[in-house]
Design a protein around this ligand. Sequence first.
Ligand code: HEC
Ligand code: HEC
Length: 246
Amino acid sequence: MKKLLYTVLCLSLLVFSCQKKDEKTDANKDGKKENSGTGGLVSKGKELFYQSSNLTGLKCADCHSDGSNNDKSNTKYFSDVIGASKRTSVYSGMITGDDVKRKGAGASVCWDTYLKMGRPVSQEEIDALNAYFESLGGEVKESKYTSIAIPTQNKSKLKDDQVKIASLTPDIVNGEKKFKETCGFCHGGKTVKHVPSLFEDFDGNLKSIVYHIRFGAKFMPFYSYEKLTDQDAADISEYILKNQKK
Ligand code: HEC
Ligand code: HEC
C-alpha cells in the first residue's frame, strides 16, 4: 500500500513538473513573438520608412504615402505603399512575380538610388518593410504608371517629347503650383542636401528641364506621364526659366 502511494505521488509530481515546463516554454515563445514576430517587424519597418539618410537627408516618407502623411504634397507624385508587397507588378513593371516580395516591392531600388545609405538593404530590413506595407490595411491596388526612365532610358521618345513640349502654350500659374508641390521640396534649398538651385546657377533650357523630369538624375526621381503630363512639364519649365536670376 505504501509503495502504491509512493508511486502515485511520484507520478503526479512528474506530471506536475512537466506541465510547469510546458507553460514556461509557451511563455518564452510568446515573449519572443513580441520582439521578432510580426509586431516587431512592423514597427521596425515603420522606423525604416521614417528614417532619414545621412547623405541626402531623404526618407521613404518624403516621396511615398503610407496613408498618414498625405499632407506632404511631394508624396502625391509617387506610388503609395499600402499593401505594396502584395502587388503583382511594381516600379512601373520593372519588378514582377516573386521579385516583388524579394525586393520589398521596389524599396531596395529606392534604398540604393535615393537614400544612398552606403550599404545594401538587408533581408531583415526587406522583411520589416514588407510587414509594414501589409500592416497598413486598405485594399491592394496596382500602381500603373508609364515612364520612359526604366528599364532603360528611352532617348528617342524623350527627343519627341522635348519637341512636343516646346510647342505647347505654357501656363505659368500651374507651373508654379506644381513646382512648389514637388520640385521645391528638394530645389527649395532646405531639408534635402546637395541639390543645385534652379534659379541661381542653372543656365539650362527647356530641353534640360524635361530631361530631368522624365529621367531623373543622381537622387532626383523621374516622373511618370500620369503624375506630370507633358503640359505640366511645359508649365514647370516656363516657371523655372522666367524666374532665373541673371
Ligand atoms: C526621392 C523620392 C523617393 C524616395 C526617397 C523613395 N522612393 Fe520609392 N519610388 C520612387 C520612384 C520615382 C518610384 C517609381 C515610380 C512610382 O512608383 O511612383 C518608386 C517606387 C517605389 C515602390 C513601388 C511602388 C509600386 O507599386 O510600383 C515602392 C514600394 C517604394 N518606392 C518604396 C520606397 C521605400 C520603402 C523607400 C525608402 C527606403 C523609398 N521608396 C524611397 C521615389 C522614391
Ligand atoms: C528628391 C530631390 C529632388 C526632387 C524632388 C527634384 N529634384 Fe531636380 N535635382 C535633384 C538633384 C540631386 C539634382 C542634381 C543631379 C545631378 O547632379 O546630376 C537635380 C538636378 C536638376 C536639374 C539640373 C540642374 C543643373 O544645374 O544641371 C534640373 C533642371 C532639375 N533638377 C529639375 C527638377 C524639376 C523640374 C523637378 C520637379 C518636377 C525636380 N528637379 C525635382 C534633386 C531633386
